[in-house]
Design a protein around this ligand. Structure first.
Ligand code: SF4
Length: 149
């Protein structure tokens, strides 16, 4: 943090480009995207562990510590992030993923439970549907194909 502050002080400004931000010591993809989206009004998709869990459940794909770096996950989160009101969207998603799609999910109050979420459909014994089509997820590093009933 001190090293980063020194670099920023030397440059006389905080970077406003993602690629420059992530070169700063201690600044990773989450911090860079959160800073740009929430404080600089730059559209950026924010991925934290709660968002990874939520997207994995929506798509019916198991997730782990490495999932946040997977291209398919980053592209899915990016595809869902709107070009307008992205700041409010990101706040809402972070809040939702932490409080509703939490480790013990509140599917009973979730708007995705009925028609969208694969996890909820599987748990209820219903047929599966997806929120993000496979066509909108990157061709490389795609999650494993699912069987539909
Ligand atoms: S239905 Fe349940 S598992 Fe699916 S997104 Fe909502 S809270 Fe998460």
């Amino acid at each position: 943090m001190i090293q980063m502050a020194g670099i920023v002080a030397d440059r006389g400004r905080v970077p406003d480009q993602y690629d420059e931000l992530v070169t700063l010591p201690g600044v990773g993809p989450y911090a860079a995207s959160a800073y740009l989206s929430l404080h600089r009004s730059v559209r950026a998709a924010i991925v934290d562990s709660n968002v990874v869990r939520w997207i994995g459940r929506l798509l019916g794909v198991p997730t782990d510590e490495e999932t946040r770096r997977k291209r398919w996950l980053i592209e899915a989160v990016d595809a869902l992030t709107p070009s307008r009101s992205f700041r409010n969207y990101n706040y809402a998603v972070l809040d939702f993923a932490m409080k509703v799609c939490r480790p013990r999910p509140r599917c009973d109050v979730c708007p995705f439970a009925r028609d969208t979420c694969v996890f909820a459909a599987q748990r209820a014994g219903r047929s599966e549907r997806t929120l993000v089509s496979s066509a909108s997820i990157g061709a490389r590093d795609r999650p494993p194909a699912r069987r539909t009933r």
